[in-house]
Design a binder for this molecule. Structure first.
Ligand code: FNR
Length: 386
């Protein structure tokens, strides 16, 4: 790609991010756990689905807007919680939240963000969603939940698929840390990323501001991994979800559901929505693609609970396929992070614009005019035998 070639796809943003973001932070995004089989399966599963080409239908008036968790959205897409977004670009979480707000879609702030709940709240006016991991220290958890409430967060997202952390080889090999340690390897790599270094020099926010101070020494990713194994509560059960339900009076979402049985349990615990997700292939390597799990889960609980989906979405076509298979909305992770790493806030906006345009044109070519009719875009229901 020539440096001045127009950006026409999320893949272009990925390539640009690969050039601009230091190796350890780019690899942190662009990898899965262990062999990466599930990470790849997420994209492949979506790519294998065929859409139904229709003609002779008036598609001149099309609508992409709708509602997610009772909120008006410009399209049924939200930004997924992603740790360390603030190392892709200085103040990345604030910039992504601002881009999402301007575009009219929800933004989710991860517990392990660089920018804090308060940092993001101070720079946005649209209520964002806050993602939480269950920690043993309930008093600290209650404080985090209270902070999210005070900041006006409209939804709490409890991530359930990370009671222990899946291993990502590259993070270990790269010595992932925030900020990067001044090793010879890092210095050589950073010397090739002057734009990133200058950009990062503009901010003081270079460590995990939601959790720093909670436990001494949580300032880099290796101590974070240790912190996760020490702090995350492996007894996590539906009883804890019910406890959170009592604690939080706004929308409650449970993320990391890959089995209809778990989806039913979540619905019984009183959550407002679930996210069908395998954490973007970063946790259980060997789990099936996220899209292959969606139809049975939507069938099991779709009438009672809002069903959201993530994993492998890189285009508007992917969004349409997930909606067609029963998702009420779609979360994107890496797609917006590539945009952020490539061009900051403008890159996140570019990513959302690309996805909206692809979704709109694809709907037109499938002969549908409303995302509510997405099911009609499928050629046939995929036969999953994974
Ligand atoms: C994540 N994900 C994630 N999920 C979560 O609940 N809390 C978190 O802190 C993170 N952190 C995180 C970091 C990075 C770099 C990635 C790529 C992902 C998972 C995320 O919310 C989502 O489930 C996946 O990203 C969806 O897959 P795609 O869209 O990235 O393919």
């Amino acid at each position: 790609m020539f440096p001045d070639a127009p950006i026409t796809s999320v893949e272009d943003l990925r390539r640009l991010a690969a050039r601009r973001v230091p190796r350890m932070f780019y690899d942190y995004v662009d990898c899965g756990s262990w062999t990466g089989a599930t990470y790849r399966a997420n994209e492949q599963g979506l790519a294998a689905i065929r859409l139904r080409q229709r003609v002779g239908i008036d598609i001149s008036r099309r609508s992409l807007s709708g509602r997610m968790l009772g909120e008006d959205v410009a399209m049924p897409v939200a930004l997924a919680p992603t740790g360390l977004a603030g190392m892709q670009w200085a103040d990345g979480e604030i910039l992504a939240a601002r881009a999402a707000e301007r575009f009219g879609v929800p933004f989710t702030l991860s517990t392990v963000s660089v920018c804090s709940i308060e940092d993001v709240a101070a720079h946005t006016s649209r209520p964002f969603w806050f993602q939480l991991y269950l920690m043993k220290d309930r008093a600290f958890m209650e404080r985090l939940v209270a902070r999210a409430h005070d900041a006006g967060c409209s939804a709490l997202v409890l991530t359930m698929d990370l009671p222990v952390q899946g291993q990502r080889h590259l993070d270990i090999k790269n010595g992932l840390s925030t900020p990067p340690r001044p090793t010879l390897r890092n210095l050589v790599n950073l010397a090739t990323k002057p734009r990133w270094c200058l950009n990062m020099a503009r901010t003081q926010r270079r460590t995990f501001r939601n959790i720093v101070g909670h436990v001494e020494g949580v300032s880099d990713a290796s101590s974070l991994a240790h912190w996760v194994s020490e702090q995350f509560d492996q007894t996590l059960s539906w009883e804890h979800v019910r406890w959170l339900r009592r604690l939080w009076d706004r929308k409650l979402i449970v993320k990391g559901i890959m089995d209809p049985e778990d989806a039913r349990a979540a619905a019984r615990a009183g959550v407002d929505a679930i996210v069908v997700s395998n954490h973007g292939g970063r946790q259980l390597d060997g789990a099936p693609s996220s899209i292959s799990a969606l139809p049975a889960i939507a069938e099991a609980v779709g009438a009672r609970t809002e069903v959201l989906f993530d994993g492998g979405v890189r285009s508007g076509q992917d969004v349409l396929k997930a909606l067609a298979l029963g998702a009420g909305g779609v979360l994107i992770g890496r797609a917006f992070l590539y945009g952020l790493g490539a061009m900051g806030e403008a890159g996140v906006t570019r990513c959302l614009e690309l996805i909206r345009r692809e979704l709109d044109l694809t709907m037109a070519l499938c002969g549908i005019t409303d995302t509510a009719d997405a099911a009609r875009a499928l050629l046939d229901a995929p036969a999953y035998s994974e």
